[in-house]
Design a protein around this ligand. Structure first.
Ligand code: XMP
Length: 517
């Protein structure tokens, strides 16, 4: 793999994604990893990420010089660039010329490995206080900016490269080209990491892992569990049984989609458990968000455990016991739990992966190395239907956390109808790609006065929460065109008589989370 050494900002994952967009496989590693451990992974190239520190600060993460001497191509960005300078003996100084945001870089050598075929003047995104004023010996300076006399350098012989800016962010206009030049020209890698190769590799790995045993999968209808199930199905066919727990908190048409379209496309053996009454019963009278989440999580585990026992009884035999459980764990979860950064627990996330460890199964996690968009590509490759592959993220607790107030059959029904209209209109307007997701939230505890038909009404508002995001960690509210909003509002208030007001949430994340509860 190409290893992206994480110097502690949020940039490392983004860099890893950009590398993969160039069809080269990459992984993120914490900077604390020893050089020996890093090199033991036999990296095809190493990228040093940006980071929040100054190389001068006490305790600032240091680049281990062995990494530059191992004959592995290295590309440093921002802090990574400065750490190379420090390790190789150049000069980094606090010039007082801070550069933040977009600036112009002047490319001094357009024949160079990184800048080949690019314009002399390009927009780059900077975030630095210190500047490199003298390049290390043997490094050729290939670009400058007004605040950084040495803004890029390279040494083709040792295959060492660096830029002061952040090529991974979109505001660096030629960033992706610079990165590709490093990977393909500098490091001489080939662009052959594709969805179809991922499928082939994973199918082989799953077969090897599970042998003849039976496998169980908790299917939620979301992208991750669906694609994971389809992969395992491709690998071991009818050794797999999927369990779909219908908790009654799904949106209109979703359960049917899983039961019919997904099964038709993949041929999985599916067990549907209708647990609507059990969930609604457990949620009766509960309005506190964390309490709802905990109840939904707990009931889910109960239902699933029972279903698992039934499957073991029905499908397993002594020679081929049900031994494996499929989980749709994605790469960002792997990085986050391995990175050891104590991120605050804002909401107790229950996804269907949150099963207890005392379930007597071992895990099959075929998506562990993939980002969400890659999971979608793999899903398409496997023939998973578009409505499932393109499905926007939907929380495990479903509509249960989009009803502010009590989760009742009546409230669910109101919200389902309003949500279906919003989804239909946003799709119609061609906005699905631009919008990360658009929760529709029913304020069941709030009532407002309206006039509908020829009478006064005392109904409920619904909130539209369209957000744009790359990874749901941060988000901005999507500027949906007014006429689309108007159409949604008109239709909801006309067609869902319990709702007499439609409001728009214009809060970014942070401070607001995406979901209301
Ligand atoms: P928040 O509300 O934390 O949501 O900004 C971030 C993303 O996570 C989704 N979400 C969940 N997904 N189980 C899930 O599987 C959950 O309990 C859960 N809560 C929030 C949310 O839809 C958004 O995409």
């Amino acid at each position: 793999p190409v290893l992206v050494v994480d110097f502690g900002a949020q940039y490392a994952q983004l860099i890893a994604r950009r590398v993969r967009e160039a069809k080269v496989y990459s992984e993120v590693v914490p900077h604390e990893t020893s050089a020996a451990d890093l090199l033991a992974k036999e990296p095809a190239a190493i990228i040093l990420s940006g980071g929040p520190s100054s190389v001068y600060e006490e305790g600032a993460p240091e680049l281990q010089a062995e990494l530059l001497e191992a004959g592995v191509p290295v590309f440093g960005m921002c802090y990574g660039f400065q750490s190379m300078v420090q390790a190789l003996g150049g000069t980094v100084e606090r010039t007082g010329l801070r550069e933040y945001g977009s600036t112009r870089a002047r490319i001094a050598d357009r024949e160079s490995t990184l800048f080949n075929g690019q314009p002399e003047d390009q927009s780059v995104w900077m975030s630095h206080g210190d500047s490199v004023i003298e390049a290390p010996e043997g490094m050729r300076v290939t670009a400058t900016t007004s605040g950084a006399p040495v803004a890029a350098f390279e040494d083709d012989e040792r295959r060492l490269y660096g830029v002061q800016w952040h090529p991974e962010v979109m505001h660096s206009t030629f960033g992706q080209r610079v990165l590709e030049n490093f990977l393909l020209r500098g490091a001489g890698l080939s662009a052959d990491w594709t969805a179809s190769n991922v499928v082939d590799d994973q199918v082989a790995a799953i077969r090897e892992q599970v042998g003849e045993d039976r496998v169980l999968c908790a299917l939620s209808g979301g992208v991750d569990s669906s694609v994971a199930a389809a992969l395992v199905q491709r690998a071991v066919g009818d050794q797999l049984t999927c369990v779909f727990v219908d908790h009654g908190l799904l949106r209109q048409g979703e359960a049917e989609q899983v039961e019919q379209e997904f099964v038709a496309a993949t041929g999985v053996d599916l067990v549907v458990v209708d647990a609507k009454e059990q969930f609604l019963g457990a949620l009766a009278g509960v309005t506190e968000p964390e309490a709802k989440r905990k109840i939904i999580g707990r009931e889910f585990i109960r239902v699933f455990e029972q279903a698992a026992r039934d499957v073991v009884e029905d499908r397993g035999d002594a020679e081929h016991p049900v031994k494996w459980l499929v989980q749709g764990t994605l790469y960002p979860d792997v990085v986050e739990s391995g990175g050891g950064s104590g991120a605050a627990n804002i909401k107790s996330h229950h996804n269907v992966g949150g099963l207890p460890d005392d379930l007597q199964f071992s895990l099959v996690e075929p998506l562990r190395a993939l980002f969400k968009d890659e999971v979608r590509q793999v899903g398409r490759e496997l023939g998973v239907p578009d409505p499932i592959v393109d499905r926007q993220p939907f929380p495990g607790p479903g509509l249960g956390i989009r009803i502010i107030g009590e989760v009742t059959e009546t409230n669910l029904d109101i919200l389902r109808r309003a949500d279906a209209i919003a989804r239909e209109e946003l799709t119609q307007a061609g906005l699905d790609k631009e919008i990360w997701q658009c929760p529709v939230v029913l304020l069941a505890d709030v009532r407002s006065v309206g006039v509908q038909g020829d009478g006064r009404t005392y109904g409920h508002p619904v909130v539209l929460r369209p957000v744009s995001s790359e990874d749901a960690m941060t988000a901005d509210w999507t500027r949906v065109p007014y006429d689309v909003l108007a159409q949604i509002s008109t239709r909801i208030t006309n067609e869902v008589e319990e709702v007499n007001r439609v409001v728009l949430d214009v809060t970014s994340k942070p401070p607001g989370t995406i979901e209301w509860e």
